[in-house]
Design a protein around this ligand. Sequence first.
Ligand code: ZN
Length: 189
Amino acid sequence: MSESIDKDLIRQLLDGTISDDDVQRLQRMPYKDADRFWQYLEVLQDSVPWDEKILLRLNDHLYVVRDKSGNRIVKCDCGHEYGDYRINWKLQSLVRVRKTLDEFKQVYSPEPACPEPEWQEIREFYCPNCVAQLAVEVVPPGYPIVFEMLPDLDRFYRDFLGKPLEDESSNWYEDRSEDLLAKWGQEVK
Ligand SMILES: [Zn+2]
């Protein structure tokens, strides 16, 4: 299998146009091609309209990228930037909260599948720029915003990919969401 075919297959895998036969062929390869992750990153990079280097994809629209100043930030495929990837990007998104049975019924069917109002609420997170829906969480009212993914990028690149990032540092892997919440707390005092 040539490299170009591989990369094209990965592109088809990502955009959902890959054939069932090719999926099985990829799954059944006795040895996975060692450079598949790098090809995956190349396909992702080709698919976005900006050129900050993608370090990892977080979901359908969001990526951890290295920006021009060397910061690791979360960026939407539309170009909107959420800042430091160690701070939960949801804190910088648009949030819609559904609390009533009528609001639940708009997104759940049949009705018995709905969460119980007052015991649960549905939080929908949207990009402030392109308004893509980025995440949904169903949690008890008052529950902290769920930080879905804080990847240990240095360890992933060094130990699993064998290519350490050039800006390794022990403080890349820490949740800094509290810093933003504390700053907001100061501002409303
Ligand atoms: Zn966006």
